[in-house]
Design a binder for this molecule. Structure first.
Ligand SMILES: O=c1ccn([C@@H]2O[C@H](COP(=O)(O)OP(=O)(O)O[C@H]3O[C@H](CO)[C@@H](O)[C@H](O)[C@H]3O)[C@@H](O)[C@H]2O)c(=O)[nH]1
Length: 349
C-alpha cells in the first residue's frame, strides 16, 4: 500500500479518458479512499462503472466549462488531476474558441475551484504541442500552463499547490496513429504515413501516470514536469508494426496534415535554462523574476543562447527493433497479435 495515496480522496477531471482510467485503477490499487470522476459523457461513466465495480469510485456528470460543476465535484477531496481537454488537433483548428473554452477557461475554473475548496495539490496535464505552438490545441494548452503558473506566481500564500506535467504522444491512446495503423494492416491495407521523416516522442500510458505521480509528490507551485522519452520517425513506426504483423513494410504517403509539425518540442531552450535534471524527468520551475515591470524588461537571461531545445528530432532516436520491443510492451498490441496468430516475442539479434 502506498502511504501517500492510501486513504486519500481524489478527483480526476476527464476521468473516463485513456489517462483517467489508468490513473483511477492505479489509485484504487494504492488504497485510495475515494476517486471521483468528472466528465461530460454519462455513457462512458456507465461503462466504467460496470467495468470497475468499485464503490470507492464516484461519478460526476459535469463540464469544466461550468465552474459550479467543478466546484461541487472538488468539495471534500484533497488532490485533483486535471485531464479533461479538447485534444484533437483538427477539431481545435476548426473550432478554436471551443478549445479556448475548455482548455483555457475550463482549466482556470479547475484552478479556482481547487483554491476555493482548499485542495492540497492540483496537477494539470499538458502536451509537447504547447511548446512553440502552431495549432489551436497547442496554443490553448500553452495558455493553460500560463494560467497554472500565474496562480503560483500571484498567490504566494495559496492553499493549493498547482503544477503541470508535459508529455509527448501516448502510444495506443484513443484515436492515435498506432491503433489506426494496426487496423489498416489487419484489413490488408498499407499504413497511411503522413510524412515518413516526421518524428514523435513515444511514451506509454503507464509512464504518463508515473510522471503525474512524480509531480504530485515533488512539485513546487508553478513547476512543469517533463518526462524524457525516446522518439522515432513515423516511417520506422509503420515498419515496426508491419514487421510485427508479418507483412511487407510498404506504406501510402499522405503528406503533412493541417496544423501538424515535422517534430515536437518537449522543452524549449528557455525552459532548459531553468530546468533541473532528475534523470528520467526534468523539472522546470516558474520564472521567479517577478512582474515588477522594470525588472521584467531590464533583467535579461544570458544562459539560453547556448542551449538547444529538446525535441523529437534531437532526442534519443529509437530504431525499428527498439520500436518493435516497445510496442510489444503494450497489452493492446499483444492482444491484436494474438488474434492474428503472430508471435508476441521478439529478439533483436
Ligand atoms: O494516418 C495517419 C495519422 C497520423 N500519422 C502521423 O502519426 C504521428 C502521430 O499522430 P497522432 O497519433 O494522430 O498524434 P498527434 O497528432 O501527434 O497528436 C497526439 O499526440 C498529442 C501529444 O503530442 C496529444 O496531445 C494529442 O491529443 C494526440 O492527438 C504524426 O506524426 C502523424 O503525422 C500518420 O502518419 N498517418
Amino acid at each position: 500500500m502506498d502511504s501517500s495515496l492510501s486513504d486519500r480522496h481524489f478527483l480526476i477531471t476527464g476521468g473516463t479518458g485513456s489517462f483517467g482510467q489508468t490513473m483511477v485503477s492505479r489509485l484504487l490499487q494504492a488504497g485510495a479512499a475515494e476517486v471521483r470522476v468528472l466528465s461530460r459523457d454519462e455513457s462512458k461513466q456507465d461503462a466504467m462503472r460496470h467495468r470497475l465495480r468499485d464503490d470507492r469510485v464516484r461519478y460526476y456528470v459535469g463540464d469544466v466549462r461550468d465552474f459550479d460543476s467543478v466546484h461541487k465535484a472538488a468539495r471534500g477531496v484533497e488532490f485533483v488531476f486535471h485531464a479533461a481537454a479538447l485534444k484533437q488537433v483538427p477539431s481545435c483548428e476548426f473550432f478554436p474558441l471551443e478549445a479556448v473554452r475548455t482548455n483555457v477557461l475550463g482549466s482556470a475554473n479547475v484552478v479556482d475551484a481547487c483554491e476555493r475548496n482548499g485542495i492540497e495539490t492540483l496537477v494539470l496535464l499538458s502536451t509537447d504541442k504547447a511548446v512553440y505552438p502552431i495549432n489551436a490545441m497547442g496554443m490553448t494548452k500553452a495558455l493553460m500552463e500560463k494560467v497554472a503558473q500565474a496562480h503560483a506566481r500571484n498567490n504566494p500564500s495559496a492553499r493549493t499547490r498547482v503544477c503541470c506535467v508535459r508529455y509527448g504522444n501516448v502510444m495506443y491512446s484513443r484515436g492515435s496513429v498506432i491503433p489506426l495503423f494496426i487496423e489498416q494492416i489487419r484489413n490488408g491495407l498499407a499504413p497511411t504515413v503522413t510524412e515518413p521523416s516526421m518524428t514523435r516522442f513515444l511514451m506509454s500510458l503507464g509512464q504518463s501516470v508515473e510522471l503525474v505521480e512524480h509531480a504530485f509528490r515533488h512539485g513546487e507551485p508553478g513547476d512543469i514536469f517533463i518526462r524524457k522519452a525516446g522518439a522515432c520517425t513515423i516511417a520506422d513506426l509503420a515498419t515496426a508494426l508491419c514487421n510485427l504483423f508479418g507483412v511487407p513494410a510498404k506504406f501510402e504517403v499522405l503528406g503533412t496534415r493541417h496544423g501538424e509539425k515535422l517534430y515536437e518540442t518537449l522543452a524549449s531552450r528557455e525552459d532548459l535554462a531553468r530546468a533541473e535534471d532528475f534523470g528520467d524527468f526534468l523539472r522546470v520551475p516558474i520564472d521567479s523574476r517577478d512582474l515588477n515591470y522594470a525588472l521584467y524588461f531590464d533583467e535579461g537571461d544570458t544562459r539560453q543562447e547556448h542551449i538547444a531545445d529538446y525535441h523529437s528530432h534531437n532526442a534519443r532516436r529509437l530504431d525499428v527493433p527498439e520500436i518493435m520491443s516497445l510496442l510489444l510492451t503494450l497489452p493492446e498490441v499483444r492482444a491484436q497479435l494474438d488474434e492474428v496468430g503472430q508471435p508476441t516475442e521478439f529478439r533483436d539479434t
